[in-house]
Write a protein that binds this ligand. Sequence first.
Ligand code: MN
Length: 131
Amino acid sequence: MSNFRILVAEDNEMNQKLIQVILEKSGFQFFLVDDGNKAVEMYQNEKFDLILMDCQMPILDGLSATKIIREFEKQNHRTQIPIVALTANSMKGDREKCLESGMNDFLSKPFKMNELVETIKNWQSQNEKGA
Ligand code: MN
């Protein structure tokens, strides 16, 4: 069993449940938060290998949370954690905004189980190569 840990930031209950079921079925370790502030806090306090970040969340959205995390990494000389944006399909230009904020990858909702799993596995294998 690998120690690969995923932080999931998603405010929508249905999406939370879907992601939870997929990650449990696939045997991934994860922790779920429902706003960007909590995501930043969890990132700073615990060790994660990947963040799945919803773009639109209350209190602090995914783009702002990502900017804060990237700034924190810069100031603390930390390696950048991969951040995968979860965005609504309808939002044009979202992908560009996500990448500009410092995210590495992008998954548009609604996604299929295998799309999420493949995306995670892709980052997991890059993480193992780098280790
Ligand atoms: Mn949302």
